[in-house]
Design a protein around this ligand. Structure first.
Ligand code: SIN
Length: 278
C-alpha cells in the first residue's frame, strides 16, 4: 500500500489498498488518524455489505435521520444529484452531525457514479485552522461554547428546497437537535486542538451577544476558507474517501450540471467531545 500526502496539512491518497481486507485495517486506521482524510483509490469491487463492514471496524454505524437511504440498506445514505437537478447535498462547508450530543466520528463516502468532470469534495483542517490563529485569539476561543442545530437545515424551513421536494432529504419532524459544544475541542484521537464551529450547523456562540457572535463566526469562517488549510479530492468511480468529522470541514463542489453524481455514505458514531472548559 502506498500513502501519498495530498497537502502539508491534511489528506492522503492510498493506492494498493483494499478496504475489504481485515489485515490492512491497522494501516488504514493509522493513515486515517494521521491525515484526517484518506482517499482509497480503486475500490470498484466493494459491495454495500463490504462498505458497512469496513465502517463497523471503526465503530457502530450512525444512521443519518434525514438522507434517503439506499434501497435495502437503511444504514447507507444516498448522496445524489440527478442530471436535471440544480442543488447538491452538502454544498455548504459543514461537519456532519455536529448538531448531535456525540457528533459522528467520521463518514465514509463511496463513488458509485461520477460525472465526467467536477463533483470534487474539498476538506479543511480545523486543527490547522486553530494552530494558525494568534495565541490571544486561541485563548479567548477556549473560553467559549456554541450552539449547533439541525432544524434550520433539515426541518420545516427546508421544505421548499429542491433536495426535499425531490425526496433526497426528508423526515423534517426529526430535526429537533440543538446542542452546545466547546468552540475549541481536544481531538479524541490525536489530542490536537480543533475549531468546532461550522457555517451550516452552528447557530450562535453562547456567551456572546448576537452581533458579537455573528462577527466572530464570520472571522473564523473566513480564516478556515484559506486554501492553505485545504485538500481537494478529485474522485474516480469506485474511490472510497473517509474523513474525520472532529478535525475537518467539507464541502461538495456543485460544478457538473447536466450530469448525475451518485455516492453511498456510511457514517460512524463518535463520542462526547470536550474542550478545556471543564
Ligand atoms: C457530504 O456532505 O457528506 C457529501 C459530500 C460530497 O458529496 O462530496
Amino acid at each position: 500500500m502506498q500513502v501519498l500526502p495530498l497537502t502539508g496539512g491534511l489528506g492522503a491518497e492510498l493506492t494498493g489498498a483494499d478496504i475489504c481486507d481485515p489485515g490492512q485495517f491497522p494501516a488504514l486506521q493509522e493513515a486515517f488518524a494521521r491525515y484526517s482524510v484518506i482517499v482509497i483509490r480503486g475500490q470498484d469491487h466493494v459491495t454495500p455489505e463490504d462498505h458497512l463492514a469496513f465502517a463497523r471496524r471503526f465503530g457502530p454505524i450512525d444512521v443519518n435521520r434525514f438522507f434517503k437511504s439506499v434501497d435495502g440498506y437503511p444504514e447507507i445514505a444516498t448522496v445524489l444529484k440527478e442530471a436535471d437537478q440544480k442543488e447538491a447535498v452538502g454544498e455548504g462547508w459543514h461537519t456532519d452531525h455536529s448538531y448531535d450530543q456525540e457528533p459522528a466520528m467520521g463518514s465514509i463516502l463511496r463513488a458509485v457514479e461520477m460525472p465526467p468532470y467536477g463533483g470534487d469534495t474539498v476538506f479543511a483542517s480545523t486543527a490547522q485552522a486553530y494552530d494558525t490563529l494568534s495565541p490571544p485569539m486561541q485563548a479567548f476561543l477556549e473560553t467559549l461554547s456554541a450552539w449547533h442545530s439541525s432544524s434550520h437545515v433539515f426541518g420545516a424551513a427546508a421544505a421548499d428546497s429542491e433536495a426535499v421536494r425531490s425526496g433526497r432529504l426528508g423526515n423534517a419532524d426529526a430535526a429537533t437537535q440543538t446542542v452546545c459544544h466547546p468552540v475549541v475541542i481536544r481531538h479524541p484521537l490525536s489530542g490536537r486542538k480543533c475549531l468546532f464551529v461550522n457555517p451550516v450547523f452552528t447557530t450562535r456562540i453562547r456567551e456572546l451577544s448576537e452581533a458579537e457572535s455573528d462577527a466572530l463566526l464570520q472571522m473564523l469562517y473566513a480564516h478556515c476558507q484559506q486554501p492553505e488549510l485545504h485538500c481537494r479530492v478529485r474522485w474516480q468511480q469506485g474511490d472510497v474517501t473517509m474523513w474525520d468529522n472532529r478535525a475537518t470541514w467539507h464541502k461538495a463542489i456543485n460544478d457538473y450540471h447536466g450530469f448525475r453524481r451518485f455516492m453511498h455514505r456510511v457514517t460512524v458514531q463518535g463520542c462526547a467531545i470536550a474542550g478545556n472548559m471543564g
